[in-house]
Structures are given as C-alpha cells and as structure tokens.
Write a protein that binds this ligand. Structure first.
Ligand SMILES: [Zn+2]
Ligand SMILES: [Zn+2]
Length: 471
C-alpha cells in the first residue's frame, strides 16, 4: 500500500448538470475487497441520466456522487481476507493484474445468484457509478469475488467496454436466443447496438440497423449488417417496413412483417411500439434501452395470433461478463472505441455523447493516456500518428516542451516516468484545458489480430462456447 496515495483525484457530481474535479480519500479495501487503480472508464448514455438527475439510483440526496460504470484497471492491493482470482493474486500487490469491474457487486450466495441470475441479487453490495462510487476516480474498492481478470493481451481501452457495452449486448443475445438465419433489426446503432450487430452477424443472423445518424449506419454496415435504414423523424412507417422486408428477405410472401427479432437500444417507448409492427410470427422484441415514464404498446390480436414476445434485458450477469471477456480476448467481438478523453475532460465526453457526436463508445483515460495501437477495433482518427503524440497534441503537453517522439515504456502506469508525468498532467486541474477533435466519418482503424491469441487465462465460471445451447 506504500505507493498508494491517501488522496485521489476524482470527477465528482456535486450538483446535477456538471462534474467538478475534487480530491477524495483513497478508499481502503475491506477484508474481502481489492483496491483497483482505474485505468479507463467508459461513458454510457445512462451516465447522462445520472448527470441530469433523471436516474432513480442517484437522487439529489446521494450527491456528491462519483459516476462511471465501465471500469477497468489494475488490482493494487487486497484486503486481509480477499479471495483474489488466481490470475490476479500472483501479481498482487506488486504490479497487479488487469481486471474489469462488473455493473453489479453481487453476493454469490442468494437464490438468484446461485441460479445465475445475479443481476437480481437480493444482497447486492452496490452498483458502481449508481448506488456506490464509480470509475470517475483514480481508485475503487470492490469485492474480490466480483472482479473478472482480463487476459494480458487485451488492452485497457478495449477492456473498459466489457462491463456494460459488450456484456449487455451479449446478455440480450442470450435473452433473445438468437440462432443462425434469424432476421434481426438493431434499433439504435450506438455503443451497445454496434456490439449487438457484431454478435448477430457472428451468430449467422441477417441484420439491419435502424438509426437516424448516417455515420452510425455506415459503421453498422461495415460491421456486417446487410443494410441500415434511416429512422429519422418523419420516416414513413410503411416505407420503412418495406425496406426492412427487402433487406432482410422474406420467408413467406404472405408474411407481412419481416423481423424475427428486434433489439431496441433506444427505449423511448415509441421505438419499441413501432418495432412491434415489424415482428413476424413468433417474433421477439428485446427491450434493452429504457426511459422512465415511457411504455411500449402491443396490439393484443397481433400479440396473441402471432405469439409475439416482449423481453426485458437487464444489463448482464457475471457469466455474461466472463463470456464477453473471452470473446473479446479471442477477437470474436471488437471493442468499438469512438473517442478517448483525458480524465480532466470527462465532462466533454458526456457533452459529446449527449450531442450524438460519438461513434461507438467514448472512454475516459482516468489513469493517463492509453495505447490504442493494439486495440481490437478503433474507429476514429487515423492511426498514422503515435497515440502518445495524439494525446500530447490533445492535452497540450507537447507545447510544454515534452519531446513528441519520446517512446512509452510497457511498465505499469505508476512506475513509468513518462506515463507518470502524464498522469500528473491529466489529474483534474481547476479548469480543464481540452480541445476536442472531430471524428472523421468513414475512417476504420482495425487493429484486431488476424489469428486468435492463445489464452493464458481461463474463466472462473464454466463456459463452453462450442457447446452453448439456449435451452
Ligand atoms: Zn451503461
Ligand atoms: Zn446474490
């Protein structure tokens, strides 16, 4: 614990509407907890709800609050009785293995946990970023049983998308029991939707994305969707349905509706209601996105005569997170990182997301600049410049005389002089100095390895991808 400072930097929600940099006491891990030094935290639309006081988990009485629920980092210390996963334990506390923190800190013992439905855990320890402090801080203490080790070759930038963005999309796949040949519609090609497109394509489904933003539609097609349709306001329902039929193919010319499955990541009620009109007999509408006070209307005759199903999908389970980690590690899904932000610019990440200005996921470099060169998928500025240089340009360090070509080391962040200097530089200043760079549409930088990398790691929960069955 000697190199762990008593105080840490955090971006704190003191009042709804804006984040402010603050120094907070570094959490002390309880007996069964580990202390994670946060490297990267992803930014999600749910964070916008929390930011503006529109999320029931974070009422005004809970402020000040640290949000951020897509967390990856290194285990740097463990409580006296912490059962640290073996892959991580070997490294504690010297260097620390990389882990991801799940959305829910579950008990593992209640009836729901034992049956694998731990998203409903009856004795939850908390949900980071919601009911307890999250990842917009340099350190977080979480139960050792909750963290999931990440294979060493998976970079932090990609791993950060696992807890929510990738796992939640995977959970929806499981809930929808997707099989090869399914005709699928992804409603909303944001962070989750783009990962759902990949899972569906990999499963052998025919996929069409429905999305108002042209750049996101383009990206969905690049990821293997058969097509992408504009859902902007004013789009005629009949035209949209005819286009869906054309793109998804028709199983039966008398079947008026084309989709076996619709994944609704928008969740404003009207999106789901509209989608019920696209469902073929036996079709499933998966509700992943949600908004308080909205509802989906389902016509009763159609629901009964066509045996339509509306299926809620709540986040993900620990098993989902394990499986998602395995698939990311094997290159079966690519982390769609749309834009990176220095820690001090976390507010900009939220603002850009609110403006619909992020393709894929925005991530915040809580622990200093991350290396994107070995990412599995990166959609953004061309990789011609060294990512370190980009960060310097972005944060202005090169103007302070730091050599732009200086190489980074592979040491853990706190042990690297270069990274350490940047870490200090990236600590939230009183006034954030940032410049946002627009993401040029149509630039795909795909660093995914062509061959699956042998895993030096095995899931702590049983999972056999080859033998998976939905029944
Ligand atoms: Zn989220
Ligand atoms: Zn439980």
């Amino acid at each position: 614990m000697s190199d762990i400072p008593p105080m840490m930097s955090a971006m704190v929600l003191k009042e709804f509407g804006r984040l402010v940099p603050r120094e907070l006491p570094t959490p002390d891990p309880a007996a069964d907890e580990v202390l994670v030094r946060v490297e990267v935290c992803g930014v999600c639309r749910t964070d916008l709800k929390i930011l503006h006081g529109d999320h029931p988990d974070v009422p005004a009485a809970r402020l000040p609050h640290v949000l951020g629920h897509e967390i990856t980092g290194h285990v740097v210390a463990a409580g006296a009785a912490a059962e640290v996963p073996a892959e991580v334990r070997a490294e504690v506390p010297a260097a620390g293995g990389r882990v991801v923190v799940p959305l829910s800190l579950t008990c593992g013992e209640c009836a729901q946990c034992r049956r694998g439905a731990d998203q409903f855990c009856a004795a939850m320890r908390g949900r980071p970023g919601f009911t307890v402090a999250g990842g917009f801080a340099e350190y977080i203490a979480v139960p050792a049983r909750s963290v999931v080790p990440v294979p060493a070759h998976v970079p932090a930038a990609s791993a950060a998308l696992l807890p929510d963005c990738i796992s939640t999309a995977w959970h929806a796949m499981r809930r929808g029991r997707v099989v090869a040949g399914d005709r699928a519609v992804v409603l909303g090609a944001g962070g989750l939707g783009l990962h759902a497109v990949q899972f569906l394509v990999n499963a052998g489904a025919h996929v069409v994305a429905v999305e108002p933003d042209a750049a996101k539609r383009d990206l969905a097609v690049r990821l293997g969707a058969s097509g992408a349709l504009d859902s902007a306001a004013g789009t005629d329902d009949d035209v949209l349905r005819d286009d869906l039929r054309r793109l998804l193919g028709e199983r039966d010319e008398h079947e008026p509706s084309p989709a076996d499955i619709v994944l609704d990541f928008v969740g404003d009620g009207s999106s789901g209601t509209r989608a019920t009109g696209w469902l073929a007999p036996g079709g499933r509408l998966l509700l992943v996105g949600y908004q308080a006070g909205t509802e989906v209307r389902l016509e009763t005759v159609a629901a009964v005569s066509s045996e339509l199903q509306v299926i809620g999908c709540r986040a993900s389970t620990l098993a989902d997170l394990d499986e998602a980690t395995l698939m990311l590690a094997e290159g079966k899904v690519r982390a769609m990182i749309g834009r990176t932000y220095p820690f001090a610019a976390a507010s900009d990440a939220l603002a850009d997301l609110a403006a619909g200005d992020v393709l894929g996921r925005a991530i915040v470099e809580v622990g200093g600049p991350v290396d994107l060169r070995y990412g599995f998928g990166y959609y953004g500025p061309p990789a011609a410049a060294h990512p370190h240089d980009r960060t310097q340009e972005r944060c202005g360090a090169s103007r302070r005389g730091r050599p732009a070509t200086r190489a980074r080391t592979s040491s853990p962040p706190a042990r690297s002089n270069v990274a350490g200097a940047h870490k200090r530089h990236h600590a939230p200043p009183q006034r954030a100095r940032t410049s946002r760079r627009p993401t040029p549409p149509g630039v795909m930088v795909d660093n995914q390895p062509a061959v699956a990398v042998p895993l030096p790691w095995k899931s702590t929960r049983p999972f056999d991808p080859a033998g998976r069955s939905w029944s």
